[in-house]
Ligand binder design. Structure first.
Ligand code: SF4
Length: 408
């Protein structure tokens, strides 16, 4: 089966000319300076600059920017096809937002209801929290190798990217770096995002061991708070499942993630299937090995969550002990940037190192000074978490739209 997003999407967002009033609100929220048009005139998006984060979409007072990748009907078609196993992988931030689309209090945590509604719709589940744990292990081990080599002076046989290491799970941030700070790409963690790990794992291990289906009979759906995830899924690099199945004598294209639904898309899908989210029976999928996760995977959706989770792993491996409390301090003069330092004693050598880490969210306002510092080779940090959206994925461009606007 071919994925519906097999073509790389350059920009997921477009502005509806008939709705735009030229008020410039979108410009003030766009982190990539991708909006064109004078005040009072109809605006448009420069797709060469757009990072698909959807911040213009959730903040326009007139609803002019639109998500142009609508796959809701395609997913319903797959769900109705009895030959196809449709697997949904849902991010942490979806479960605190989907209830809002059905009249529940904003911020209600509805994990079991979401599992129940997905089951009723016909999805199998690979919780993205499960692969957030894998991402933490990968990013954490990568950081450990760099700390041991660069900070503790241990030899390394591997090619290691430079410090500071940047997190790589936000596709809008990755795109922004590609377009605006290509010098910093070697600093990017080589770990895939949790969604793309879910795609690779689901179409290989999941197909063989959990659902026992052929990969051509599987359809992987990312369920995300984020419009940029639609762009990420379409990137041509993500061919892990196809490469694996080639070694097993199968030559299909097998996209790791076939399509992405945002939280808003998922709400529309439930409504089209007449699933009454509020009254749907709760479900926990306890026997599914791909629906197990730690608390670390859960905090991925908040700013600071990725970094804290990876740092805990690094601390444990280097010192042999659990990290008690990680205290972030706001960095003076850089609103929206937090930093922390942790001193660790290497259990192997007895040497000490003090790790400095920073967390920044909101590329437009907070991240650029950190990037300029790193580009100039003057960054005091070992590890920097970057999330495009202010506050992290909970305020992503695919989340329910607050008619009062956001407070950012
Ligand atoms: Fe998407 Fe989260 Fe990045 Fe926003 S912060 S663009 S929601 S991954």
């Amino acid at each position: 089966m071919k994925g519906f997003q097999e073509q790389e999407v350059t920009s997921v967002i477009e502005i509806d000319r008939k709705v735009c009033k030229g008020c410039d609100s979108c410009k003030s929220f766009c982190p990539a300076d991708a909006i064109q048009g004078k005040y009072g005139a109809v605006h448009s998006i420069d797709s060469e600059k757009c990072i698909s984060c959807g911040q213009c979409l959730v903040n326009c007072p007139f609803g002019a920017p639109k998500d142009k990748v609508d796959v809701v009907d395609k997913v319903i078609e797959q769900l109705k096809n009895k030959k196809i196993t449709v697997v949904g992988t849902m991010a942490p931030s979806v479960r605190v937002a989907i209830g809002e689309e059905f009249g529940m209090e904003p911020g209600s945590l509805v994990t079991e209801k979401l599992y129940g509604a997905l089951k009723q719709a016909g999805f199998k589940i690979l919780d993205t929290n499960f692969t957030a744990d894998q991402t933490i292990m990968e990013e954490g081990m990568e950081l450990i190798a760099k700390i041991r080599h660069f900070a503790l002076g241990e030899p390394s046989e591997h090619h290691l990217g430079p410090l500071p290491q940047f997190t790589s799970c936000c596709p809008a941030w990755v795109r922004y770096a590609e377009l605006n700070y290509p010098e910093l790409l070697p600093n990017m963690s080589s770990a895939k995002s949790p969604m793309m790990m879910a795609g690779a794992l689901g179409k290989t291990y999941g197909a063989k061991e959990v659902w026992k289906v052929n990969p051509e009979d599987m359809f992987m759906v990312g369920i995300m708070p984020c419009t940029a995830k639609k762009f990420e899924a379409s990137r041509p690099e993500f061919t892990s499942a196809a490469r694996y199945w080639q070694t097993q004598g199968r030559s299909g294209s097998y996209p790791d993630i076939d399509v992405v639904l945002t939280t808003r898309d998922l709400a529309r899908l439930f409504k089209k299937l007449n699933i009454d989210f509020k009254s749907v029976p709760e479900f926990t999928d306890q026997d599914n090995p791909l629906a197990q996760y730690s608390g670390a995977g859960t905090i991925f959706g908040n700013t600071g969550g990725v970094m804290e989770a990876a740092l805990r792993t690094a601390y444990f491996v280097i010192t042999g002990k659990e990290l008690d409390v990680l205290e972030f301090q706001p960095v003076r003069g850089l609103k929206g940037v937090k930093e922390a330092s942790v001193t660790m004693k290497d259990v192997k050598t007895g040497k000490e190192v003090t790790l400095k880490v920073a967390v920044a969210h909101g590329i437009k306002t907070n991240v650029k000074p950190l990037l300029d510092e790193a580009k100039a080779g003057k960054s005091p940090y070992h590890f920097i978490e970057v999330m495009n959206c202010p506050g992290g994925c909970v305020n992503g461009g695919g989340q329910p739209i607050n008619p009062m606007g956001t407070s950012w």
